[in-house]
Design a protein around this ligand. Sequence first.
Ligand code: AP5
Length: 210
Amino acid sequence: MKLILLGAPGAGKGTQAEILSAKLGIPTISTGNILRAAIKEGTSIGLEAKSYMDAGKLVPDSVIIGIVAQRLEQPDCSGGFILDGVPRTIGQAQALAQAGVTFDHVVSIEISDGEIEERMTGRRVCQNCGAPYHVKAKPPKVEGVCDTCGGPLVQREDDKPETVRHRLEVYHAETEPLKGYYEEKGILTPVDNQSTIEDTTKAIMEALSI
Ligand code: AP5
């Protein structure tokens, strides 16, 4: 299964990618997590990406395509993969197509901007592994500690209300047109966000008949 999860910032792509990855036994490739790890390590890619990410802007396509192409060459991707947060522009989608990368399904998680703005204030992420939590919808077993790796849970720099609003504008302008792009290819499946994480997973699995 080669799957893309599309959706606005905070739609639940990372949360669903983590669950589906475990269910399907295929890796998730999250460009957001890869970039945040590069910032933490202080690599040249991290240094370049940081100012874009903190401002809620997109990192240039050339940087993203390099990261994804390198990751897709790893042996664990040979049986399928889930892309979370990429492609994010028509240019990125075209570059992946030109590189011969094909997809079985593109799931677009549909949610209103109002719900996103409310939801982001409660998000916490693991500083080590990037796993997403929510103070109400998905609290960790021990407050402030990641269930998976024991790392500290923090609020993301780009989850401030004004940055979230800008990220939503960028999503509508740059990323939403991808829905039309993949609809034309006959592989787009829109799935409405549900009021719980479990119900959203169920809706995705039903829509994909998996
Ligand atoms: P990235 O990390 O990809 O951020 P994003 O797309 O903005 O998405 P998020 O991670 O914010 O949200 P999500 O949809 O994964 O939601 P989550 O599962 O956490 O990118 C960050 C930045 O990196 C970009 O702004 C850009 O600068 C750069 N970048 C990354 N990729 C790039 C690319 N390809 N090109 C250019 N630049 C790129 O869920 C959100 C919260 O809601 C959580 O707290 C969760 O617990 C909760 N939740 C989830 N589902 C539900 C539900 N059904 N009910 C209740 N709560 C729920």
